[in-house]
Design a protein around this ligand. Structure first.
Ligand code: S3P
Length: 199
């Protein structure tokens, strides 16, 4: 017997256990309002499923070499929305699987939701949070979010309530809706694994 055979067999077994073609090519798309936990939950879900994690805002920042806030300031929101749609389309066209966290506005512009619905092996999940919880979470780091920067505390809650109401029809087109208020990240990861039937 060649000396390396046992280790080759072991490697093949490990591949058989961990290489799950369905899971490896799955595109899991998390959407929801700013502050709903898309990036935090997405990162943990990706780790649990051993899939790469992608964050649409970060991909845009990497391509542009500046932050989302700077893009809004220097080029305006319309420019950002066009770039966002292009980068989303690029990501969805890849054959490899991933967990992707969108920006809060992504589903609501152009044909982005249509692209997600039509993408091969893609499953979308709306992380749904209550206005009060979103307001609490978004008070922190408000200035890093161009649409919220400079709003007073009273204005913030009213803005979020209206904005969320306008966006809801797009978010509700997701394949699954998961209520996130008062759940831990670990609980959400377990719930999502259950939904995706990969637990
Ligand atoms: C936006 C949400 C942000 C970012 C941009 C616009 C929005 O992403 O894409 O500031 O329109 O809701 P997060 O939801 O990750 O904060």
């Amino acid at each position: 017997l060649p000396a390396e055979l046992p280790s080759r067999l072991a490697a093949a077994n490990i591949r058989a256990i961990f290489y799950n073609p369905t899971l490896n090519s799955m595109k899991i798309v998390l959407l929801g309002y700013m502050g709903s936990g898309k990036s935090t939950v997405g990162q943990e879900l990706a780790k649990a499923l051993k899939l790469p994690f992608k964050d649409l805002d970060q991909e845009i920042e990497a391509q542009m070499g500046v932050s989302v806030s700077e893009i809004f300031d220097q080029k305006g929101e319309l420019f950002f929305r066009k770039k966002e749609a292009v980068v989303l389309e690029q990501l969805l066209a890849s054959s490899a699987g991933f967990v992707l966290s969108l920006g809060g506005g992504t589903p609501c512009y152009g044909n982005n939701m249509g692209l997600i619905e039509a993408a091969d092996k893609a499953t979308s999940i709306y992380l749904k949070a209550k206005v009060a919880e979103l307001t609490l979470r978004l008070k922190r780091g408000q200035e890093q979010r161009p649409l919220l920067a400079g709003r007073s505390e009273d204005d913030l809650m009213e803005f979020i309530a209206k904005h969320l109401f306008e966006r809801m029809p797009f978010y509700e087109r997701a394949d699954h809706v998961v209520e996130v208020s008062s759940k831990s990240v670990d609980q959400l990861v377990e719930e999502l694994k259950g939904l995706l039937q990969v637990g």
